[in-house]
Ligand binder design. Structure first.
Ligand code: PEP
Length: 257
């Protein structure tokens, strides 16, 4: 099996206007300069209103920083006020888009069927979905985390063919760890990430499960990133709060130094 390249993705959530976005990407590029971070792919996920500015900066300065969006409409165009479509994101050269983040599930009532339609929309337009799955505290306390996450996975991957599934990124993000400072142990992360990989083998094949990158997300910081990503089935991190600080995010990116 070829080694999977770690992916470190920064979810900025609803932070940074387009001027602040430029400053943050510049600071990140500076923090990474002269450092060997070829071992990891780096991606930022700014708000929609920042994407054009980030694209211009990344293109102009030939930065090795990729970018993507935090959401995608299931529809290509039309009377969907406030939505942003796959063709619009593709035109801005977005490589990635989040689907099924717990904040979208909670505040926008996105269920597995909606998430599945967004995964399909992303692939349709050549954008790689970063599919977020994860259990809440009650489910974790009941020890049902694996069943819960696998059911979200099954729902989100409905009718997704193997040639698309092998390119997806999955982020295991226990809801109780997001923005709380309470990080999962490396063993907790490994348990669920490994179960996700087994399910991908069952749904598709070992080629697909061996190719898919499974990230951990939830209060990742420079100090805890290395231990979590050392686990066999954890191929990187989806980072919220810590991605807003260039030095901290750079520290996570250099997790194995
Ligand atoms: C997230 O929002 O995806 C996330 C993991 O946030 P944080 O790192 O702040 O917990």
């Amino acid at each position: 099996m070829t080694k999977r390249q770690p992916l470190i993705a920064g979810n900025w959530k609803m932070n940074n206007n387009h001027f602040e976005a430029i400053a943050l990407v510049q600071k990140l590029a500076f923090a990474l300069k002269d450092k060997d971070y070829d071992n990891a792919e780096v991606v930022v996920l700014p708000p929609f209103t920042d994407l054009r500015s980030v694209q211009t900066l990344v293109d102009g300065d030939k930065l090795r920083i990729g970018f993507g969006a935090q959401d995608i409409s299931a529809h290509d165009k039309g009377a969907y006020t406030g939505e942003i479509s796959g063709p619009m994101l593709a035109k801005l050269e977005c490589s990635y888009v989040l689907a099924g983040h717990s904040e979208r599930r909670e505040y926008h009532n996105e269920d597995d069927a909606v998430v599945n339609s967004k995964v399909k929309a992303a692939f349709k337009h050549g954008i790689v979905p970063i599919l977020c799955v994860g259990e809440g505290l009650e489910v974790r306390k009941a020890g049902q985390q694996v069943e819960h996450v696998l059911s979200q996975l099954d729902g989100a991957l409905k009718e997704i063919p193997a040639e698309q599934a092998e390119r997806i990124v999955i982020a295991y993000e226990p809801v109780w760890a997001i923005g709380t400072g309470e990080v999962a142990t490396p063993e907790d992360a490994q348990e669920v990430c490994a179960a996700i990989r087994v399910r991908l083998t069952e749904l598709y094949s070992s080629e697909v499960s061996g190719a898919v990158r499974v990230l951990y997300g939830g209060s990742v910081k420079g100090d805890n990133a290395g231990d979590i990503m050392a686990k066999d089935d954890v191929d990187g991190a989806l980072v919220g709060g810590a991605s807003l600080k260039a030095d901290e995010f750079a520290k996570i990116i250099r997790f194995n130094e």
